[in-house]
Design a protein around this ligand. Structure first.
Ligand code: PBG
Ligand code: ZN
Length: 323
């Protein structure tokens, strides 16, 4: 009888020798939400284990992360004041600029990525300047302020800019802006294929960024479209993106594989808030073995072709990987 596969699985050491996909703390980027104030660490009810934190608490959190072997974070800001164009995001005294300066001062060894968008900063909750007539975002007007925002981030010490607004032409506009100010070495990780997804629900609670009217379907992608999904990422590669991304991750593993096979650039996935909360809540209810399902899910992203995983599970996964 042929029993080759069983022979390869029967010994634990041999199972390890033939393993095809491995996870490491080097794969993860951990999202952090920063807000004004001191001593603030508010847990978000829809995302147990995820907090809005003031800058001093973020600095302490970075110590924790480093102890776990996690050196990469992505920052989201919750400003004190919102307005129609998201001025806080364009100010050198805005929440992100201030947080960046303090994090890089206290933790020069952290790699700090900044999410670049306006939805957390506008009073209407959309990702840029409004086009009132069409009840959506004015793509081209938004490009100018996106470049300005990128320059504010770079000046404050951002190690990598991650534009998430899905505006057409955003990568070339941001690249030009950064280069013109001398930030030629600041990389851009584009949210290149981002779907209009229900999985962002809990994030909009944490980031207080739900749109006050309409939705994001005119600029984010239709989940039904595979060819367009590939094309969106390849377009950002042509414009000069250094790293591509698929978001959300779980329902779009096929797209991760499709893009992996068509680009030589590094590829990230964003394991989004709804994906995190589903596992959390199912674990809390005793429906699944949370840690097992989490590691299986993260391994799945890498198997599908991701090099980088942006995930709220990073700390829990790091603890398991260390043990
Ligand atoms: C902002 C942004 C969003 C997420 C990352 N950057 C929200 C959105 O597009 O509504 C979602 C992340 C998550 O759900 O964890 N443009
Ligand atoms: Zn946005």
């Amino acid at each position: 009888m042929f029993k080759r596969f069983r022979r390869l699985r029967i010994n634990e050491k041999l199972r390890e020798l033939v393993v095809e996909t491995t996870l490491s703390t080097n794969d993860f980027i951990y999202p952090l939400f920063v807000r004004e104030g001191r001593g603030i660490k508010n847990e978000v009810s829809s995302m147990p284990g995820v907090y809005q934190m003031s800058i001093d608490e973020i600095l302490k959190e970075c110590d924790e992360l480093k102890k776990l072997g996690l050196y990469s974070i992505i920052l989201f800001g919750i400003p004190e004041v919102k307005d129609s164009i998201g001025s806080d995001a364009l100010s050198e005294n805005g929440i992100i600029a201030k947080a960046l300066k303090e994090i890089k001062k206290a933790h020069p060894d952290m790699f700090v990525v900044t999410d670049l968008c306006f939805c957390e900063f506008t009073d209407h909750g959309h990702c840029g300047i409004l086009d009132i007539e069409h009840e959506t975002v004015d793509n081209d007007k938004t490009l100018n302020i996106l470049a300005d925002q990128a320059i504010v981030h770079a000046k404050a010490g951002s190690d990598m800019i991650a534009p998430s607004g899905m505006m057409d032409g955003m990568i070339s506009a941001i690249r030009e802006g950064l280069d013109s100010e001398g930030f030629i070495n600041t990389p851009i990780m584009s949210y290149s294929t981002k779907f209009a997804s229900g999985y962002y629900g809990p994030f909009r609670d944490v980031a207080e960024s739900a749109p006050s009217f309409g939705d994001r379907r005119s600029y984010q992608m239709n989940p039904a479209n595979r060819r367009e999904a590939i094309n969106e990422s390849l377009e950002d590669e042509k414009e000069g993106a250094d790293i591509l991304m698929v978001k959300p991750a779980l329902a779009y593993m096929d797209i991760v594989r499709d893009i992996r096979e068509r680009t030589l650039l590094p590829l990230a996935v964003y394991n989004v808030s709804g994906e995190y909360s589903m596992l959390k809540m199912a674990g809390k209810m005793g429906l699944i073995d949370y840690e097992k399902v989490m590691m299986e899910t993260l391994t799945g992203f890498k198997r599908a072709g991701a090099d980088i995983i942006i995930t709220y599970h990073a700390k829990e996964a790091a603890k398991i990987l260390k043990s």
